[in-house]
Design a protein around this ligand. Structure first.
Ligand SMILES: Nc1ncnc2c1ncn2[C@@H]1O[C@H](COP(=O)(O)OP(=O)(O)O)[C@@H](O)[C@H]1O
Ligand SMILES: [Mg+2]
Length: 377
């Protein structure tokens, strides 16, 4: 049971990236105090938070300070060490719980948990040593070897077509891995769901397109059948109930070419694909996260319009032949640019995003195509 935390009480955020920044913006709007724990003093959330405790998650003095100032703590970063969450939770409630994070941080635990709830995933095998590699049957390939922990944006995974390739890939990744059978993807979708002791609320399905393993464009609502949308929403509710979850959770799914909905992974936080909810949903994913962890009634998840979001990676700023801000702010005034305030652009680094609302999916596709063309994406 989470009790109601009202402003001007203090919200703590573990992690100071753009997700923390956008959560802090709505928390400040509502009148909360915001304290962030993050190793980088100039992190995106530092632009908004009242205070940044500059420290690592292993620093108990910093955790003590955070627990003493905050009334409730949440996370914007999926891989916060679980022992730090358990330590903080002894004195200040942390949502989501350590037990939910433990599952979300480990692909093998995650997929085993989905199966235990009767939900379908790609076929998978645990790979913990060289012997596990040779016992994989030939008909399991093509497959994808992933580290069980700490992978993101396509990092920590290697595609393999045979036992021989698997052995090479495992020597590279090592440790606890999971081998997943490749599925034929028709599309990828995600869904955002929130739960606290006032109830659960699930958003419409979002359709995602990736480039080089990183999210590129998201459309809400996804152009899928009503049956698939209903199944995904049902699965989301089953998962948050199964985790006894308090907070906001994102679920990534695969839709296969033969029409099956497979669960890929969960993120115990707002998601890059959900940024479009800021403009088009009655309640943004960040307001919903705040409501969930502060024990407030959850907001309505309906859409005011259809929407699309384009991720803006550092590559755009490394292109000397364009002025990104000029394009983003002048060429399509109805599109809303969000900068994360990161001083240094690097290839693949998420620098910001841009959102477009429209009643027509086709207009959204055309606007995204135009922006990508102008930005050289
Ligand atoms: N079993 C699979 N079959 C087909 N494509 C996959 C499979 N697993 C991952 N992928 C592709 O790789 C991308 C990244 O994998 P994912 O497990 O989501 O890791 P990450 O944590 O990096 O997002 C997915 O979005 C999908 O495009
Ligand atoms: Mg993923």
């Amino acid at each position: 049971m989470n009790s109601i935390i009202l402003p001007p009480k203090c919200l703590g955020i573990l992690g100071g990236g753009q997700l923390g920044m956008m959560l802090a913006l709505v928390a400040k709007q509502f009148g909360y105090q915001v304290v962030v724990l993050e190793a980088d003093a100039n992190c995106p959330a530092s632009r908004v938070a009242d205070k940044v405790i500059v420290a690592s998650y292993g620093d108990n003095n910093a955790l003590d300070e955070m627990a003493s100032i905050c009334d409730v703590i949440t996370t914007e970063f999926e891989n916060v060490p679980v022992h730090a969450v358990e330590y903080l939770n002894q004195s200040t409630p942390v949502y989501p719980s350590a037990s939910a994070l433990l599952i979300a941080q480990n692909r093998l635990k995650e997929k085993t948990f989905f199966r235990s709830l009767g939900l379908e995933t790609a076929n998978f095998i645990a790979i913990n040593n060289a012997t596990d590699c040779v016992s994989v049957q030939d008909d399991f390939f093509p497959a994808i070897l992933k580290t069980s922990t700490l992978g993101y944006d396509g990092k920590g995974q290697i595609r393999v077509n045979s036992v021989a390739e698997l052995e090479v890939a495992y020597r590279q990744l090592g440790g606890e891995c999971i081998l997943e059978q490749m599925v034929q993807l028709a599309s990828e979708v995600s869904i955002i769901v929130a739960r606290n002791n006032t109830g659960s609320a699930v958003y419409p399905l979002i359709e995602n397109q990736h480039r080089n393993g990183i999210l590129d464009v998201s459309y809400i609502p996804a152009k899928t059948s009503a049956d698939i949308s209903a199944k995904a929403q049902q699965a989301a509710l089953v998962i948050v109930d199964g985790l006894n979850y308090i907070g906001l959770l994102t679920i990534e799914f695969f839709i296969t070419t033969d029409g099956r909905l497979l669960i890929n992974e969960i993120a115990p936080r707002p998601h890059n694909s959900g940024h479009i909810t800021i403009e088009v949903a009655t309640t943004s994913q960040f307001e919903q996260q705040l409501r969930a962890v502060c024990g407030l009634p959850l907001g309505a998840t309906g859409l005011k319009s259809k929407g699309a979001m384009l991720n803006l990676l550092g590559d755009i700023w490394l292109n000397d032949s364009i002025s990104p801000e000029e394009i983003l702010l002048t060429e399509l005034p109805e599109a809303k640019y969000h900068s994360y305030g990161k001083a240094i652009a690097k290839a693949g680094r998420k620098m910001g995003h841009i959102s477009i609302s429209n009643t027509s999916h086709e207009v959204l596709v055309d606007s995204i195509t135009l922006l990508k063309h102008r930005l050289g994406i």
